[in-house]
Every structure is written in C-alpha cells, then in structure tokens.
Design a protein around this ligand. Structure first.
Ligand code: SF4
Length: 382
C-alpha cells in the first residue's frame, strides 16, 4: 500500500547536503551577489524550502544558472524532479514526450538531463551534435532495466508478424530494436497507428505490463506485453483509492497509467503527468490526489495555489539521485557524458521519429476510467 501523507507540503525528499556548511565548503557563499541573483526566485519554492535553508540552496542555484549561461547549456527537468530543480534551474519542464521534443529543437551546446538515464539517452538520440550530461549514472529506472535489446530480438523472432512498440522508458538498445516508441501521453494513438500501418490486429507493447493493460482497455487492438513494471506506480492499489475516498470525502483521484488497472478503474481521471497537470489546471478541483511520483504533486501544487493536495508519497529513488549539488558538479566537471554507438542511435532515432511523425495532439490523451481491467498475454522472457 502506498504511504499517505495527509498534511504539509512536500515529502521528506532526501536533501542530505543542505546544511549551510555545504555552500561554504564548496566556496559558495550566500553573499550580496547571490542574493541579487536569487531573491526573486525564492517565492517559487517558499512552500518547500524554509527561509533557514535558503542560504544553503541559493548559492547552488546562482552557480548553476551562471554556468548554464557561460557554457550555453540548458537543463531539461522532468515533472518528477524536486521543486528546487524543477522551478529554479530547469529551463524546459514536462513529461518524457515534452522533453524529447525540446531536446530535438533546443538551441544549446549542452543538455543537462534532470531526469533518469533513459531520458538522457533519448536526448542524445535526438540531438547527437550536442553534449548530453546526466549528473548521476545511478539514475536508472525499473522499467528500462526490465528488458534488453536481445529480449526484443527474440520477441520479433517469435512474433514476426506483429509490430513492437516500446514505451520510451527503455534503453537506446531496446528502442533500436522496436518499430516505434510511445509515451503515456500518446500510447493508444501509437498502438492504433502502427496496427493500421502493419494491417495487424495485434500489437506488442513493451515493457510496462500495466501501461499495456490500461491501453488494451482503451482500444480494440489486441495487445501483448512484457512483465516489466514501474517500481513506484505498481505500489498503488485499488485499496489505496478506497482509503483515500474514505479519509477525504469528495477528493478527486487522478492516476498515472503506469498504475495497475484496478487503480485506473476506481480513479476519477487518468493520464500522463502532462495530462494530470492539465486536469488540475483546467478543472481546479477543491481537493485532489495524484497517484504518481510524489514530487509531481509538489510541482503541480506550486502552480495551483487554490487546490488542496493530498499527497501519497511514493518517491522514485532513481529520480531522487538528481540533486542541485550533483547538477552543479556535472556542469563544472562536464560529467557524466551520455554516448550511444552511432548504429544504435540511428535505429533508435527511427523508432522515436516514427512516433514524432504522428499528428501532434492538442492535449495528451486521457485514459478512460471505470473500465474493468483486461487480461492480456504477457510474453515470457525465457
Ligand atoms: S518513476 Fe518509475 S518509470 Fe519513472 S523513472 Fe522511476 S522507476 Fe522509472
């Protein structure tokens, strides 16, 4: 069951280096110059960073923003980043699809991916002439590590007549073996488009079995999948939804489609992180809960001050490996650079380009809620 936090903004996101001594140890003082550069930013995070902490955070923010300007670098910040990264140093913010589109078009020499490794690979695939950096090589993903390129080759051997769609939460090797990528914003659109192109009634969607089951409930296409799961979203259950409704009468429950199908069945709305953020902005529910990674609630709450958020706190340990401290180190030392073998990159890019070539949707697709979970075939890895 997910851990529920009923009061107070934010979750106990690890910020272990936030003593004021840190800034001093790194030679960064909270001086007049830093104040001039950062005073206007504090209101953006005042719900999450106390006035006592700010003198430790502000010098890091100022130093990162100075280095970005000096090196012509941009930071692509995923919705699951903590608010200090998301709001204070992120130049482009959004879900995987939005960040992939930005990476393809951004006018900068250096991209720093404030997200996990597969996202940095996606940026490198789309922007090969740019230097792509990630501040922690340990920022992985349970979905990305659940399948390999060799697994996909075996799937294609076993089912040569079916197109293989990969969720973007996979390595470049896996993307290179698949016919098209998708995100949670466009998965149903991609599945239907590739089925039509292949004239096939069946599509293989890897590696997230829950996303695949949730997409299967939205379409007439037969879907087969792989036994991968997001270690954050699979923790949510229909029992959580029931407990939330009991504890917070009238709360509107929004779920990410990486959650198990019975969660979507009992939620009020479901969609990608971008769809969830749009819903809160457009509908302004009095009280809402987002069944997704916990920093997402912090970031959406900051932009919707009139909405009361109940915050289930399932945090992604991989996303939380990215900190202001290691972003500064990454830009200072120009580490860790993400590289991809060119033959793999070209094939992976073809799969991403196939997705980006589909008509751009005005808004991310919502998943219909209230649908009975569908059993679909899960391919055995052996
Ligand atoms: S939240 Fe889940 S899908 Fe996203 S990076 Fe973490 S483990 Fe991967």
């Amino acid at each position: 069951m997910a851990r529920l936090i009923d009061a107070g903004p934010g979750c106990p996101t690890p910020t272990p280096l936030r003593g004021t001594a840190v800034a001093e140890e790194t030679g960064l003082a909270y001086d007049e110059s830093v104040k001039a550069k950062t005073d206007h930013l504090y209101p953006l995070v005042s719900d999450f960073i106390t006035p006592m902490e700010w003198p430790a955070v502000a010098p890091l923010v100022a130093a990162i923003n100075d280095l970005k300007a000096e090196k012509n670098a941009v930071i692509l910040a995923h919705n699951y980043m903590t608010p200090d990264i998301f709001r204070l140093v992120g130049d482009f913010r959004g879900d995987s699809l939005q960040l992939a589109r930005e990476a393809a078009n951004v006018d900068a020499d250096i991209i720093v991916q404030a997200g996990v490794h597969f996202m940095a690979e996606t940026s490198k695939i789309l922007a090969p002439s740019k230097t792509v950096l990630i501040s922690s090589l340990e920022a992985g993903c349970s979905l990305a590590s659940s399948i390999t390129g060799q697994d996909v080759r075996l799937i294609k051997e076993r089912y040569p007549n079916y197109p293989v769609v990969t969720y973007v939460n996979t390595t470049a090797d896996v993307k290179a073996e698949c016919h098209i990528t998708c995100t949670s914003s466009n998965a149903a659109q991609v599945v239907e488009a590739i089925a039509k192109e292949w004239n096939s009634d069946t599509v293989i969607l890897v590696p997230d079995q829950y996303l695949a089951k949730n997409v299967a409930a939205q379409t007439d296409i037969r879907i087969m999948t792989w036994p991968g799961a997001c270690e954050v979203h699979e923790l949510f259950s229909a029992d959580d939804v029931e407990a939330l409704r009991e504890a917070h009468p009238g709360v509107v429950i929004l779920a990410h489609p990486e959650c198990p199908p019975d969660v979507l069945e009992s939620a009020d709305f479901a969609g990608s992180t971008a769809a969830l953020a749009n819903y809160v902005k457009d509908e302004s529910p009095a009280k809402v809960v987002l069944l997704t990674e916990c920093s997402m609630s912090d970031n959406v709450a900051a932009e919707n001050p009139g909405v009361d958020f109940v915050r289930p706190c399932n945090l992604c340990p991989h996303m939380k490996r990215i900190t202001l401290e290691n972003i500064l180190e990454c830009l200072t030392e120009m580490q860790h650079e993400v590289t991809i073998e060119e033959s793999v990159r070209v094939k992976a890019k073809a799969a991403i380009d196939a997705m980006l070539a589909l008509p751009k949707m005005e808004n991310p697709l919502a998943f219909e809620t209230g649908l009975a979970p569908m059993e679909i075939e899960v391919i055995s890895p052996s």
